[in-house]
Design a protein around this ligand. Structure first.
Ligand SMILES: C[S@@+](CC[C@H](N)C(=O)[O-])C[C@H]1O[C@@H](n2cnc3c(N)ncnc32)[C@H](O)[C@@H]1O
Ligand SMILES: *[C@@H]1O[C@H](CO)[C@@H](O)[C@H](O)[C@H]1NC(C)=O
Ligand SMILES: *[C@@H]1O[C@H](CO)[C@@H](O)[C@H](O)[C@H]1NC(C)=O
Length: 197
């Protein structure tokens, strides 16, 4: 399931690298389950704001995010960057792409994947809690969150980001802002917003 990320490594990469890649693939497969399982006991109302389980974006969601970002450039933050797949996609599109992720294993994985892929050493992954991370430097923000955190996240956005910032929400929309575009269907829906303030 984690193949896509490492498949991007060019075909000619040497076998030692691909072996490391395979180890990463297998360990993150288990990791996804482990991290999600860890989260379940905490999904009580009091913890919903904090607990955002690791569910990697599907290919359809990544295509949706890519479409939503058409015509945009500059800095981009993936909030809760998981294994880094959205950050890597954005880097390929030419953004200065960063991720913020609470789970240190996923952060180390992303940093290592960035090195192995070679494709973008300008990506940056912060091991931080998103609720304590300043969104202001970014004029593009991607979030694949959980429903319960979206109202609080919308408040945070409106407090911190500049006018004109594009926000792309995957799977769950922002509760009050009106999207300028809705891409895809069902769980793969992506909403595009422009912050006006
Ligand atoms: C639904 S996953 C999305 C992963 C990635 N953005 C993607 O699309 O593949 C949400 C991620 O947010 C992370 N996360 C949860 N709570 C967080 C917090 N308070 N601060 C930063 N990251 C958090 C989880 O560890 C998880 O990797
Ligand atoms: C990062 O990605 C951009 C866009 O694809 C590319 O132009 C640049 O060379 C990459 N940087 C590195 C260090 O690979
Ligand atoms: C905010 O940005 C929009 C374009 O995205 C612009 O039309 C508008 O004038 C800006 N508002 C302020 C207060 O700068």
């Amino acid at each position: 399931m984690e193949l896509s990320l490492l498949e991007q490594t060019d075909q000619k990469s040497n076998t030692r690298l691909s072996r490391i890649g395979k180890i990463l693939i297998y360990s993150t497969g288990g990791l996804a389950l482990g991290v999600s399982a860890l989260c379940i006991p905490f999904i009580s109302p009091a913890f919903r704001k904090i607990c955002l389980p690791y569910v990697p974006a599907t290919t359809e969601q990544i295509i949706g995010v890519t479409n939503a970002l058409k015509g945009r450039s500059g800095t981009l933050l993936d909030v809760g960057s998981g294994d880094g797949r959205i950050v890597f996609t954005a880097a390929k599109l030419g953004f200065t792409a960063h991720g913020v992720e609470l789970n240190s294993v996923l952060v180390y994985y992303s940093r290592l994947a960035a090195l192995i892929n070679r494709q973008n050493w300008s990506t940056r992954f912060y091991k931080k809690n998103l609720w304590h991370f300043n969104l202001k430097p970014y004029n593009n923000i991607v979030i694949f969150g959980v429903e319960h955190m979206m109202p609080e996240f919308e408040r945070k956005l409106l407090l911190e980001v500049d006018n004109g910032t594009t926000v792309v929400a995957c799977r769950f929309p922002l509760p009050n802002m009106v999207p300028m575009e809705t891409i895809g269907h069902g769980v793969d829906t992506v909403w595009k917003y422009i912050v006006k303030r």
